[in-house]
Design a protein around this ligand. Structure first.
Ligand SMILES: *Cc1c(COP(=O)(O)O)cnc(C)c1O
Length: 497
């Protein structure tokens, strides 16, 4: 029997994994969740010495049960190849007391590559399986990293087009340059006047627009999503938590069945939800430590049971986490409500009408696995400087938010459990903030001078992703209001009225 996926907002909708990947979002606006969390059918010990690709298969086959072994292995093989600069794919660096799981060794040097290198293959396979004959238009809102990783994944993939919306003044200079220099006839990149939440809400509204869907279908197009609302993004992210545990075991850092904690710098709640699913399938994980920057809506939620987006949106040095509406939290709310779609639907309706909702005490009691905290801009910068001065290891701003919150967790709880910190981006992607944190003398340097200086002080080679954009031509210069997103898409697709 195939594992089916249900909408978080109604009990009537159930689809296969491949259908859920093709659709992205359920028609009722809900997110797809597996009807039950499967269990690993192999022990951690038996995975010792397996490659990333082999572990990926063991994990993904549980969730994507309507893919054949051959289909899944082929997707995995094409995704995790020499696009990554290390055979390990996701190496672990032990620095001080913590284990940094480096998820930034892919084509665009942020953790989004972990899932977006495989999503195009899963999606084209899913289209074939379901005899979908419409061209797939990937619609994506980005806080900076998803955009480039999705563009790199989908560029020139036959049968697809991709449109990316990013906040014009809300991403790092390197992130913007990476996106607007993207090659590929099927790629479109648009800056919007607004923040990430505006971009994400705009994309969700377009998904829900029935008239637009009809217009698209008449022209032979169908939308899907490369955001973490797509389970095709989420499931590949479960893999590296399993992999991390197996490697720690393999290297004798932990003993069999020993619990580990996981710290995740969080924005849209996708990465930490993947860690929650990893725990669900049987990885011995204790606490899931949710790290926020000054947009600390999740910290407040974990401390009070109230989710409230009514607050000022802060632009921080960790822009990929500048988010007030964490879409994937809906999946956790659905779980802790006892998979009560009606309850979840009501809370999400309150979020969109009032901007806030409150969960019941019973639901709160099911959040025991989670610990939330946040790091200020100052604490984030101090963390980067301190770890560099003590060890020579240079981390990016997002990872530093995780490291600073992990320190608060240790001080708060005295818990000594070994902890993996998800290292979500290369410091080369946020050179200005990273180098400025290490020494204010760097503030005077230009973007690429900073790159060279970072290489010198860290003793790491400049990644290919950065070399490529030094001299690359700008190929995308469209900027629009959030209210014009639909028009812009129609123009790109040539389906204007
Ligand atoms: C996207 C991103 C995050 C946040 O991940 P979520 O899954 O949205 O919580 C953190 N750090 C970096 C570098 C990112 O690109």
């Amino acid at each position: 029997m195939d594992l089916l996926y249900k909408s978080t907002r109604s009990n009537d909708i159930a689809v296969t994994a491949s259908q859920a990947i093709l659709k992205g979002l359920s028609d009722d606006g809900g997110l797809f969740m597996p009807e039950r969390i499967p269990a690993l059918d192999i022990s951690m010990k038996d995975m010792v010495n397996m490659s990333y690709q082999e572990i990926a298969y063991e994990v993904m086959k549980l969730f994507l049960s309507d893919f054949t072994e051959e289909e899944l292995r082929s997707c995995i093989r094409q995704a995790y190849d020499d696009k990554f600069d290390t055979k390990e794919i996701a190496p672990i660096a032990k620095v001080g007391k913590a284990y940094y799981l480096e998820l930034f060794h892919g084509a665009t040097i942020a953790f989004k590559d972990m899932a977006l290198s495989i999503l195009p293959h899963l999606m084209t396979t899913a289209a074939k399986k379901n005899h979908a004959d419409h061209e797939i238009v990937i619609l994506t809102a980005t806080s900076g990293d998803t955009g480039k990783a999705a563009l790199a994944g989908f560029a020139d993939v036959p049968g697809t087009k991709i449109v990316v919306f990013y906040p014009k003044n809300g991403v790092s200079p390197i992130q913007e340059k990476q996106m607007i220099t993207q090659k590929g006839d099927n790629t479109f990149v648009v800056g919007i006047h607004g923040n990430f939440d505006d971009a994400q809400s705009g994309v969700k509204a377009i998904f829900g627009d029935k008239k637009m869907a009809e217009k698209m279908a008449a022209a032979g197009f169908q939308f899907s999503s490369a955001n973490s609302i797509n389970i095709g993004r989420l499931i590949p992210q479960v893999v590296y938590y399993v992999y991390a545990y197996v490697k720690l075991l393999e290297n004798g850092e932990i003993s069999e069945n020993e619990k580990i904690n996981v710290t995740v710098p969080t924005g849209n709640f996708g990465n930490i939800l993947a860690a929650y699913l990893a725990k669900g399938i049987g990885v011995p994980i204790g606490k899931l430590i949710c790290a926020s920057n000054e947009n600390k809506v999740l910290y407040d939620f974990f401390s009070t049971g109230i989710y409230d987006r009514n607050r000022e949106f802060v632009l921080t040095s960790s822009p990929s986490m500048d988010i007030l509406i964490s879409s994937n939290l809906e999946r956790l709310i659905y779980k802790i409500s006892g998979e009560d779609a009606e309850c979840n639907r009501k809370l999400m309706a309150e979020l969109s009408s009032r901007g806030s909702y409150q969960i019941t005490d019973e639901m709160r009691s099911r959040l025991e696995d989670f610990y939330g905290n946040y790091a200020s801009e100052q604490e984030t910068a101090a963390m980067i400087r301190e770890v560099y001065e003590d060890t020579g290891y240079v981390m990016d701003t997002h990872t530093a938010v995780g490291a600073a919150v992990y320190r608060k967790y240790c001080a708060d709880t005295k818990d000594k459990t070994k902890t993996v910190i998800a290292s979500t981006a290369s410091p080369y992607k946020f050179t200005r903030s990273v180098m400025g944190a290490i020494d204010s003398k760097y503030n005077a340097l230009g973007d690429f001078e900073l790159v060279d200086e970072l290489s010198r002080i860290s003793g790491t080679p400049v990644p290919k992703a950065i070399e490529e954009i030094r001299t690359a031509k700008v190929l995308h210069d469209t900027v629009c209001e959030a209210s014009q997103m639909e028009d812009v898409i129609c123009r790109f697709l040539g389906i204007c009225d």
